[in-house]
Write a protein that binds this ligand. Structure first.
Ligand code: DON
Length: 300
C-alpha cells in the first residue's frame, strides 16, 4: 500500500514552497518523499526516503509537550490553552488580545511557553529532547543540526517578538533571547520518518514503548495529547486536514508530519513542499490516501 501511495503522489512532488525563512531548509530538494508506518503489534514498513533524517521543526513541540506533561502533570495548563487558534503558527496579535496566554501548545507562542516551563524543570531543553528521542527510537545517532538552529536564530525576529510579549505578560520566566535560542535548537533536531514513527508509536499504543518494553506515558496523557493533535496539530488547517485525513497529527516546516491512528499505528511522512499553513502538501495527500485505504481514521 505504501508503494502505491508513493507512486500516486509522485506527480505532485515539486509543488508547494520550502520554508525559505529558515535559510538552511531552502537547500532541501522538494522531490524528497518518505513514509513509514509502525503498528502497535510490531510491524514496521516504509517507502522512499524514509531513512533520511530531516529537520523536524514544529514536530519537536509534541516532544516538549509530552515531556512537560510527564514531568509536571497539569501544571503547564496554567499558562497555555487547549483551543485551536484559527491563525498562522507564528501569529502575534492574538497573543496581545488574549493577554499573553497562547491558545494551544503547538503554535509558536504556546511552544515557547512549554519550553520555558521545561527549562525551569530540567535546564537545557534541547539535549533532553534529543536524548528522549534517542532512547525512544533506540538510535544514538539522532542529533540537533546546529547550523540549522543558528540560521533560524539569526532570522528569528518574529519568535523574539512573541517571546518578549510573553515576558511582558509574565507567561514565561526565561530571558526571551535565551528561550528562543533554546527553542531553535529543539526545532533543529533531525529525525527520519522511520525513527519518527517509532518515536511516537506509544501515542498509538496506550503509552507503551515496544523499544523499551515498558509504558512511557500514562493512558491519560496519550488520550489528551491525541485530542490536542486533532484540534491544533496542523494550525489553521485543522478543519480541512480533519476533513481530508481525520487523524490526530503534528506537522513541521521541515516537511514532516506525524499522524496517529489510536490503538493501531503511527505514521510519519516527509516531503518538503509546504501549503499556505506550513504543512507538507504531498505529506497531507499521502496521509489522506492512507486514511482512505485503511479506514483507520474518524472518517471511517
Ligand atoms: O518557529 C518556527 O517558525 C519554526 N522553528 C517551526 C515552525 C513550524 O515548524 C511550523 N510547522 N508547520
Amino acid at each position: 500500500m505504501l508503494q502505491d501511495i508513493a507512486c500516486e503522489v509522485r506527480g505532485h512532488l515539486g509543488n508547494g514552497k520550502v520554508a525559505s525563512y529558515i535559510p538552511e531548509l531552502k537547500k532541501v530538494p522538494k522531490t524528497k518523499f518518505g513514509m513509514a508506518v509502525h503498528t502497535a503489534d510490531g510491524v514496521e514498513v516504509s517507502v522512499g526516503d524514509a531513512a533520511e533524517p530531516f529537520s523536524i521543526q514544529s514536530i519537536s513541540k509534541l516532544l516538549t509537550l509530552i515531556l512537560a506533561l510527564c514531568r509536571g502533570g497539569d501544571e503547564v495548563w496554567e499558562r497555555v490553552g487547549k483551543e485551536p487558534s484559527g491563525t498562522p503558527f507564528n501569529f502575534l496579535a492574538q497573543l496581545e488580545l488574549e493577554k499573553g496566554v497562547p491558545r494551544n501548545p503547538f503554535i509558536n507562542a504556546g511552544a515557547l511557553v512549554v519550553t520555558d516551563y521545561l527549562r525551569q524543570k530540567v535546564g537545557a531543553v534541547a539535549p533532553v529532547v534529543r536524548d528522549y528521542a534517542r532512547v525512544l527510537t533506540g538510535s544514538d545517532g539522532i542529533d540537533v543540526n546546529t547550523q540549522v538552529a543558528m540560521a533560524e536564530f539569526a532570522h528569528a525576529h518574529k519568535n523574539l517578538a512573541i517571546a518578549h510579549l510573553l515576558r511582558t505578560y509574565r507567561t514565561i520566566h526565561s530571558d526571551p533571547s535565551t528561550l528562543v535560542r533554546e527553542y531553535c535548537n529543539q526545532c533543529a533536531l533531525e529525525v527520519s520518518c522511520s525513527q519518527l514513527a517509532r518515536l511516537f508509536l506509544p501515542l498509538a499504543a496506550g503509552g507503551f514503548s515496544r523499544i523499551l518494553g515498558e509504558t512511557v506515558m500514562t493512558e491519560r496523557i496519550v488520550r489528551r495529547v491525541n485530542a490536542l493533535l486533532m484540534t491544533s496539530g496542523v494550525y489553521d488547517s485543522v478543519g480541512s486536514f480533519a476533513y481530508r485525513v481525520g487523524l490526530p497529527a503534528k506537522s513541521g516546516v521541515g516537511g514532516g508530519i506525524v499522524a496517529i491512528a489510536p490503538g493501531k499505528c503511527s505514521i510519519a511522512v516527509w516531503s518538503p513542499g509546504l501549503d499556505r499553513s506550513g504543512n507538507s502538501l504531498v505529506g497531507t495527500l499521502a496521509l489522506e490516501l492512507f486514511a482512505q485505504r485503511t479506514k483507520l481514521s474518524v472518517l471511517g
